[in-house]
Ligand binder design. Structure first.
Ligand SMILES: N=CN[C@@H](CCC(=O)O)C(=O)O
Ligand SMILES: [Zn+2]
Length: 414
C-alpha cells in the first residue's frame, strides 16, 4: 500500500458535482491556501486544508510525505482533441499559409491532411509509434495527464486500424491515460477524389464495423465542413457509429457554418469542437442538449481568422473545454499552458474559467470525469506543481512552462 501525503501546497481545483461547469459556474474552483492531498495507491483519499487532512489521518498511516514548498497544485490537464499520430511535420505548408495560401485550397490540391496521409501510410508501425510517442511525452512534460488522440491520417481500413493500435500502444507504454478516436471521416481519400460518396460508404460499411470489432476506439469523429463531409453524410456516419456502439464527437463549423453544431446537438454528441463559425441558435441548441463546446484557440491563432466567441458562449450557458488540436497542419503544439494563455488573452476567459475548461470540462468532453479532471476523492491523483502562487502563472508566464512537476496516479512522471 502506497500512502502518500502531499502537504504545504496552494491547491486550486474545480469541484466535480456530476455535471460539467457552465455559465456563472464555468470558473467555479475551490482554493486551499495551505492545502494537502492524501492518496492511496494513486487514488485521492482526501483533499483540503492541511488541518482537515492531517486530522483525518491516524498515526503512522502515511508512508511518504512530500513538502510542496508552497507551490501551486492543480489537476493534470486533460487534452480532449489531438491528431498527434502522424510522422512528418508540414513546414512548407506553414510557410505557404504565411504567404496567404488557404488551408482548404491546399487540401483540395492534394496537400494538407492528404500529405500526412501519404506519410502515415508509408511509415512502419515502429516509425508511427515513435513519432506519436514523441508528441505524447512532450504533452506529458507540459502537464497533460489524460490525452485524446484521433486516427484520420490513414483513410483506408488497414491504416486507420494501424493508427488506432499505435494510439492504444502509447497509452500502454506511457503513464498517460489515452483515449482513442476513430476519424476515418477526416478527408476524402485521394483514390476517392472523384467519388466522395463512395468514400463515405467505405467509412460506414467497412471501417466502422472493423473499428468496432477491433475494440480500441471509444469515439467516432467527423470533419463536418463544406466540401469535406457535408451535413447529410456526417449524420449517416455518426448514426452508423452510434449503432456500432461508439460514442460520438464532431469537428463543427471550423471554417464555414454548414449547421454542424446543430447536428451535434440533435445527435447529442459528447462534444462539438472548433465552433469558430457556429451560429448563435446552433450554440443555444448545444447548450440545451448538454453538448460540450471544445475550443481550440491554438488553431485559431495559427489560422489567423479570429477566435471563437468564448464570452458569449459562457453567457449562454454552454460548458466549455479547451484542447490543443495538436496536428501538423493547423496547430502544431502539445502545450495546454499555451492554449490557456490564448484563451485568457484572446478569448477573454478568466483564469479560473480556462482552468476548468482544461481540466474538469475537458474530462467531460471525453466522458472521463468519473476518474480524472479534478482533485475529488476517488479520482486518480493526477496533478501538477506550478512555479507560482495561483494558476494565473500559466498565462502570465507566456511562452514558458511554469510546470515544475507532473504526477500521474500519485507518481512523479515528469
Ligand atoms: N480540421 C481538421 N483536422 C485538423 C487539421 C488536421 C490537419 O491539417 O492535418 C483540425 O482539427 O484543425
Ligand atoms: Zn481536429
Amino acid at each position: 500500500m502506497i500512502r502518500k501525503l502531499f502537504r504545504n501546497a496552494r491547491i486550486t481545483t474545480p469541484i466535480d458535482r456530476g455535471i460539467p461547469l457552465s455559465g456563472s459556474k464555468q470558473g467555479d474552483v475551490q482554493v486551499f491556501e495551505r492545502g494537502a492531498l492524501y492518496c492511496l495507491n494513486g487514488t485521492i483519499k482526501n483533499v483540503g486544508t492541511e488541518e482537515e487532512v492531517f486530522a483525518s489521518l491516524s498515526p503512522g498511516e502515511v508512508n511518504q510525505e512530500i513538502d510542496c514548498r508552497g507551490l501551486c497544485l492543480i489537476p493534470g490537464f486533460v487534452d480532449p482533441h489531438t491528431h498527434m499520430c502522424f510522422t512528418v511535420p508540414r513546414e512548407e505548408e506553414f510557410l505557404m499559409r504565411l504567404q496567404g495560401a488557404d488551408y482548404l485550397e491546399i487540401l483540395q490540391q492534394g496537400g494538407g491532411i492528404l500529405s500526412s496521409v501519404r506519410a502515415v501510410r508509408a511509415a512502419s508501425d515502429e516509425e508511427l509509434f515513435s513519432a506519436t510517442l514523441k508528441h505524447a511525452l512532450s504533452a506529458l512534460r507540459l502537464g497533460t495527464t489524460t490525452l485524446e488522440i484521433k486516427s484520420g491520417y490513414g483513410l483506408n481500413t488497414t491504416t486507420e486500424l494501424r493508427m488506432l493500435q499505435t494510439i492504444d500502444r502509447v497509452g500502454r507504454e506511457t503513464p498517460l491515460d489515452v483515449v482513442a478516436t476513430f476519424l476515418g471521416a477526416h478527408a476524402i481519400a485521394e483514390e476517392y477524389a472523384h467519388d466522395p460518396g463512395g468514400y463515405a460508404e467505405l467509412v460506414i460499411e467497412e471501417m466502422i464495423p472493423a473499428v468496432a470489432k477491433q475494440g480500441i476506439a471509444r469515439f467516432c469523429d467527423v470533419f463536418c465542413e463544406e466540401g469535406i463531409f457535408p451535413l447529410a453524410e456526417s449524420r449517416r456516419i455518426l448514426e452508423a457509429a452510434k449503432g456500432a456502439g461508439l460514442e460520438i464527437k464532431m469537428h463543427t463549423d471550423e471554417i464555414h457554418d454548414p449547421g454542424a453544431s446543430a447536428l451535434a446537438a440533435e445527435l447529442q454528441a459528447t462534444s462539438a469542437d472548433h465552433l469558430l463559425a457556429a451560429g448563435e441558435e446552433n450554440l443555444q441548441a448545444m447548450a440545451a442538449r448538454g453538448v460540450i463546446g471544445v475550443l481550440l484557440p491554438a488553431t485559431a491563432y495559427s489560422m489567423r481568422k479570429g477566435y471563437a466567441p468564448a464570452r458569449k458562449m459562457v453567457e449562454m450557458g454552454l460548458p466549455l473545454a479547451l484542447a490543443t488540436d495538436c496536428n501538423p497542419g493547423s496547430s502544431y503544439t502539445e502545450s495546454m499552458p499555451f492554449v490557456i494563455g490564448l484563451a485568457v488573452y484572446n478569448m477573454h476567459m478568466t483564469v479560473n474559467e480556462a482552468l476548468v475548461a482544461a481540466t474538469l470540462n475537458a474530462a467531460y468532453a471525453l466522458n472521463m470525469a468519473e476518474t480524472v479532471g479534478s482533485l475529488d476523492v476517488g479520482k486518480s491523483a493526477d496533478f501538477l506543481l506550478l512555479d507560482g502562487k495561483t494558476p494565473a502563472i500559466l498565462p502570465y508566464r507566456a511562452g514558458v512552462s511554469p510546470i515544475v512537476k507532473v504526477f500521474k496516479r500519485g507518481e512523479e512522471v515528469s
